[in-house]
Design a protein around this ligand. Structure first.
Ligand code: FE2
Ligand code: FE2
Length: 182
């Protein structure tokens, strides 16, 4: 694997890993503040980010070694509205800057595995950003959000509000690969 794509995958792995943990922490905060559905959304999306981190890790499984990993990450633990603002900021950065740039490099370098795992990630991040925006609107008017069952594809992180599909529309994984948050 080319060095630049490997470095980008490591950075994306770091970003997804921290997003996973940050969403779990913010999920606990949302629950404490009485926003049960927002808490459920944070926990569901945390599982999607784990799927992305896993995909990136596997895409570079043949590149061993220990590295310092740079991953831009937001910090702060105040209230659910701020947490959602942080989540939206992180997702939008990944959608508009990080993944498009990393994907350009991976395509230039012909790194098929990296392209696949990063395309999976960016598709799900677009859905996450929209769900978090909806959540923030509700929380800012002092209400919990309306949220149906959320399903996460463990293979690609695809995020669905509603029923479980026969197979994942993004990666074709079978229905048993979906985790439900209801
Ligand atoms: Fe995301
Ligand atoms: Fe999938």
């Amino acid at each position: 694997m080319h060095d630049m794509t490997a470095a980008n995958l490591r950075s994306a792995f770091g970003g997804e890993s921290m997003a996973h943990m940050r969403y779990k922490i913010w999920g606990d905060l949302a629950e404490k503040e009485g926003f049960a559905n927002v808490a459920r959304l944070f926990r569901a999306v945390a599982t999607a980010e784990q799927a992305h981190a896993t995909g990136h890790f596997k895409a570079m499984s043949h590149v061993g070694g220990a590295f310092n990993v740079f991953a831009g990450a937001g910090f702060g633990l105040t209230n659910t509205s701020d947490a959602l603002a942080g989540a939206i900021g992180g997702e939008v950065f990944e959608i508009n800057e990080m993944y498009p740039t990393y994907l350009e490099v991976a395509r230039f370098q012909g790194e098929k595995g990296a392209i696949k795992s990063m395309e999976y990630a960016v598709m799900a991040e677009r859905i996450h950003a929209e769900l978090y925006k909806k959540a923030k609107k509700a929380v800012d008017s002092k209400k919990d959000m309306e949220l149906g069952p959320v399903r996460i594809c463990k293979v690609c992180g695809h995020t669905i509000e509603g029923g479980i599909p026969d197979k994942c529309p993004i990666c074709s994984a079978k229905s048993e690969f979906f985790v439900s948050f209801e």
